[in-house]
Write a protein that binds this ligand. Structure first.
Ligand SMILES: [Zn+2]
Length: 159
């Protein structure tokens, strides 16, 4: 993905208030992010690690999600629903408040996600989940699949 500015990131959120988007912690090292290898930028709030955020360009539109991301499930093998990487103990069930009125009333949707929000690096072989990779798809297809799965999740958040 192309490098994003802090302002673009703050302006992208679809499921939190403008005030929250203004206050949330954006990574300080934006210039050092491996943008070329990212399908989305994801991070945990260092001050509140159960809060996580991700921003992606989907259908030409920057879209950001605020997530509640508890510590990964410690036991057993599980799979990230976004990048389809299997981990032993490295997947979180993250929850996104729904956009708009539904979210304010407490509605949310969940998905399994790589606990470190590094889907892009797993599919490129730049980070190792420690579990065998039985994928037959190439990197490009797996990268595209992240975008497709993320778009579907965003549609559930905004729908
Ligand atoms: Zn993943």
């Amino acid at each position: 993905m192309r490098p994003l500015t802090e302002q673009e990131i703050r302006g992208a959120f679809v499921n939190c208030s403008k005030g929250e988007a203004k206050r949330l912690t954006v990574p300080r090292d934006l210039a050092q992010q491996p943008w070329e290898d990212l399908d989305y930028l994801g991070w945990h709030d260092p001050k509140a690690p159960e809060r996580a955020y991700l921003v992606a360009e989907l259908d030409g539109k920057l879209t950001g999600l605020a997530l509640r991301a508890p510590a990964p499930v410690a036991r057993g093998r599980s799979m990230c629903s976004i990048c389809v990487t299997t981990h032993s103990g490295g997947v979180s069930l993250v929850v996104a408040p729904k956009a708009g009125k539904a979210g304010k009333q407490g509605d949310s949707v969940g998905t399994y996600l790589c606990g470190d929000l590094a889907c892009s690096l797993y599919v490129r072989g730049k980070r190792d989940s420690g579990e065998p990779n039985r994928e037959t798809l190439g990197v490009e297809e797996r990268s595209r699949r992240i975008v497709v799965n993320l778009s579907a999740f965003v549609a559930r958040v905004t729908g």
